[in-house]
Ligand binder design. Structure first.
Ligand code: NAD
Length: 422
């Protein structure tokens, strides 16, 4: 590579890691350091206390965050994550990633992210609803249809968005467009639920077409069997790939001849772990999944799972990042040195926010597209973004990650300048 980012000698925290990628691209672009200074930090960081009266009468004080990283290109957009590790550092990093993702996909949004530092598995449905409503109310002053629009992320879903939207609407009037990823009967877009996984597969198909690969018969391992992992596994299974491994927080399943994905999706629809399925598949750990011999590895769970410790053992030919920030910068270097290709998160998992854009635009116009139209438009936009990244990577001899950041940074920097922010 003629433009390799500077070497990293230690594991960086999530926020440091994203800034490392941003700064590397800024240097390659020769960006004005004043603009880089703006792009390197968040516009607004809100931290709230959300006290919850539990079913047993005890009090649980939960901490929540909403970070708005950059809104030069439009209203802030990004998911809400419920997880014990969703601290301000992680949410800040994820908010920045959303700025680059929306810019790369050329959507009229900025980047944001929210988090509640809690383990939702320990809460009853009533407690989850109460917590979500309070969280929505505490953040409502910084949200809005043209200000900041949340969506689902780890451990949140269409139901969470329905509660969130209802609580916001109670104060501000009926506002379906204030969140995306809603249930279809509340203005959700048919196709949005599967959009992140489907979008990843459209990107992979565009890559296969460009590189002359035949996806049919490829062996794929997918970490995470939630919203993203399930639809990636289903879509690839439908295209004749052998999904040889899947996993969730409890562990994984492996069969070199391919798993029965439709059966696994049905068997885990009630929230059960894949490891609880009564099939004679080999049980593997999440770490073993990442080290499997396969053509394509799709990390689609949490960030920071491929580090300098296991990057040397990854045997996939290609990593397609469904999760946000699954590969740390030091692992990224090892992976690149070993000749493994990576399609970065800000491109590969851009289908979710692209689908959210379709949903938001439909809510504003009070109309609904068919799922076929949704998927066709999704495919067009993701294929276009992939080809733009591939062209830049090839012509500038850059990694796909660096090329993706360069395209995104150039767009945001131009808007920051033209709006007169600095
Ligand atoms: P989800 O909550 O629906 O599913 C998460 C999955 O990861 C579950 O199967 C869970 O068991 C598993 N998991 C959790 N902790 C784990 C661990 N320590 N080890 C292994 N597996 C673990 O979440 P999701 O919406 O599918 O999001 C997955 C990833 O994709 C996240 O990084 C998220 O930021 C990213 N992403 C999601 C969307 C979206 O639209 N939902 C869009 C873009 C990116």
């Amino acid at each position: 590579m003629s433009h390799a980012p500077p070497a990293v000698s230690r594991e960086l925290g999530a926020d440091e890691a994203v800034r490392y990628y941003v700064d590397s691209a800024a240097v390659v672009l020769g960006l004005d350091p004043e603009i880089t200074q703006v792009l390197d930090s968040s516009y607004r960081e809100v931290s709230v206390q959300v006290p919850l009266r539990r079913d047993d009468g005890s009090l649980l004080v939960v901490h929540g965050y909403r970070v708005q990283h950059n809104g030069a290109r439009g209203p802030y957009k990004g998911g809400l994550r419920y997880h014990p590790e969703a601290d301000i550092d992680q949410v800040r990093a994820l908010a920045s990633l959303m700025t680059w993702k929306t810019a790369l996909l050329d959507l009229p949004f900025g980047g944001a992210k929210g988090g509640l530092q809690v383990n939702p598995a320990e809460l009853s449905p009533g407690e989850l609803q109460a917590l979500t409503r309070k969280f929505a109310t505490s953040l409502s002053h910084v949200l809005g249809v043209y200000r900041d629009i949340p969506a689902p992320d780890v451990n949140t879903n269409a139901q969470t968005m329905a509660w969130f939207m209802d609580a916001y609407s109670a104060r501000n009037g009926y506002s379906p467009a204030v969140v995306t990823g809603k249930p279809v009967e509340l203005g959700g877009a048919p196709g949005r639920d599967a959009a992140t996984g489907r979008g990843l597969v459209y990107v992979l198909e565009a890559a296969a077409a460009r590189w002359g690969w035949d996806l049919e018969g490829s062996a794929v391992a997918v970490q995470g069997f939630g919203n993203v992992g399930r639809s990636v596994a289903q879509e690839l299974h439908d295209r004749g790939c052998w999904v040889i491994a899947v996993s969730d927080v409890a562990g994984g399943l492996y069969d070199p001849y391919g798993l029965d994905i439709p059966m696994l999706i049905e068997a885990t629809a009630d929230g059960r772990s894949v490891t609880g399925v009564d099939e004679a598949y080999a049980r593997i750990s999440n770490d073993e999944l990442l080290r499997l011999e396969c053509n394509v590895l799709v990390p689609a769970a949490l960030g920071g799972v491929i580090t300098h410790e296991n990057a040397g053992d990854v045997k996939a030919a290609l990593i397609v990042e469904g999760a946000n920030y699954p590969v740390t910068p030091s692992a990224d270097q090892i992976i690149a040195e070993r000749g493994i290709s990576v399609i970065p998160d800000i491109l590969a998992s851009g289908g979710g926010v692209t689908g959210s854009y379709f949903e938001w635009a439909q809510n504003i116009q009070q109309l609904q597209w068919s799922e076929d139209r949704f998927n066709t438009e999704l495919c067009v936009r993701l294929t276009r973004a992939f080809n733009a990244v591939a062209e830049r990577a090839e012509s500038h001899q850059e990694s796909y990650r660096l090329a993706a950041y360069c395209i995104a940074l150039e767009r945001v920097a131009r808007t920051v300048r033209v709006r007169g922010y600095v």
